[in-house]
Design a protein around this ligand. Structure first.
Ligand code: GUE
Length: 284
């Protein structure tokens, strides 16, 4: 089998086109969706992701501000900046780009963002809602993956989903979302024994390990759906995933490329969440 491509770039462009119309309508009702992105320090990868987010906002008519703080900023100052954004009625979404410098407690920062503007879906209140199956801001990467699966009408119910990686922002919420849609979910991670065996049981394999080409075709069951969340920069400057695309695509039914797979969808779901926040806050 040669897999069909799940093209995140293409789907993103389509969704952004739809959102542009929606934003237009909101503006007619005097709701002007606005995202504030807070960037601490000058990590080049973070800077480039943040640029992508600003560009995507602009394309859909969402206004955005970038607040750049020096890497030396104190936790207290950062918390104050967040508080100001919480209280600013023109601001609907707040995103603090991660990772943060070591002297800042990431969890404390996430707690400080009001859940109503938590467009990343990282606040424990929103995570709690996700666990309960209540409606909430879904974390952007898992939300993007789900949207890609749905766009191809890929069955989730009763399927065995294997998630490799247990981060708070990707692995854990991904499993919860698939469970909510009646998948049987297995979490694997760095201490998992017989990873290859576990992975090759998957109907839906989500790889979020952060290790270049850690998973190849020998981990993939014939006909499986393979989702590659990895973004690794190779020595030649090009991006590549956690999955060895060439060997995996020979076994998979669907597969995401890197780049142009999960990454663009992550940004697009951030826009979706910002629009949702704007609508939600306007009703208060
Ligand atoms: N608070 C917070 N929220 C995040 O959502 C968040 C974060 N922090 N920290 C870092 C990760 C990473 N992330 C990406 C988003 C888009 C691409 C993306 O668009 N990638 C393109 C390639 C981009 C390029 O060429 O550099 C692609 O895969 O095609 C990648 C990575 C969001 N993150």
């Amino acid at each position: 089998m040669t897999a069909e491509l799940l093209n995140g770039r293409e789907l993103s462009d389509q969704l952004k086109e739809e959102m542009k119309q929606e934003v237009e309508l909101l503006k007619q009702k005097d709701i002007h969706p606005h995202l504030t992105v807070i960037l601490v320090g000058d990590n080049p990868a973070s800077k480039s992701y943040v640029k992508g987010k600003e560009k995507a906002c602009a394309v859909t008519g969402i206004s955005s501000d970038l607040i750049e703080l020096p890497g030396s900023v104190s936790e207290e100052e950062l918390l104050q900046v967040i508080e100001n954004q919480n209280n600013d009625k023109h601001v609907h979404g707040i995103l603090v780009q991660l990772p943060l410098p070591d002297h800042i407690d990431e969890q404390k920062v996430i707690h400080a963002i009001t859940p109503l503007k938590d467009v990343d879906g990282f606040h424990p209140i929103n995570i709690g809602k996700l666990v309960n199956g209540e409606e909430t801001f879904l974390p952007c990467t898992p939300f993007g993956i789900l949207t890609m699966l749905e766009s191809k009408n890929i069955d989730i119910e009763g399927k065995h989903a294997v998630i490799i990686g247990r981060s708070n922002i990707v692995g854990k919420p991904m499993g919860l979302l698939l469970l909510e849609r009646n998948a049987t979910v297995t979490y694997c991670h760095s201490r998992t024994k017989n990873l290859r065996e576990m992975a090759s049981e998957a109907d839906i394999l989500v790889v979020a390990m952060g290790r270049q080409h850690a998973v190849d075709g020998s981990y993939v069951k014939e006909g499986a759906v393979v989702i590659d969340v990895g973004i690794n920069r190779m020595d030649n400057g090009k991006l590549t995933g956690d999955v060895d695309f060439e060997s995996a695509k020979e076994k998979a039914s669907y597969i995401t490329p890197v780049p142009r797979g999960v990454g663009p969808m992550t940004i697009t779901m951030l826009l979706k969440n910002t629009i949702k926040a704007a609508k939600g806050l306007s009703e208060k």
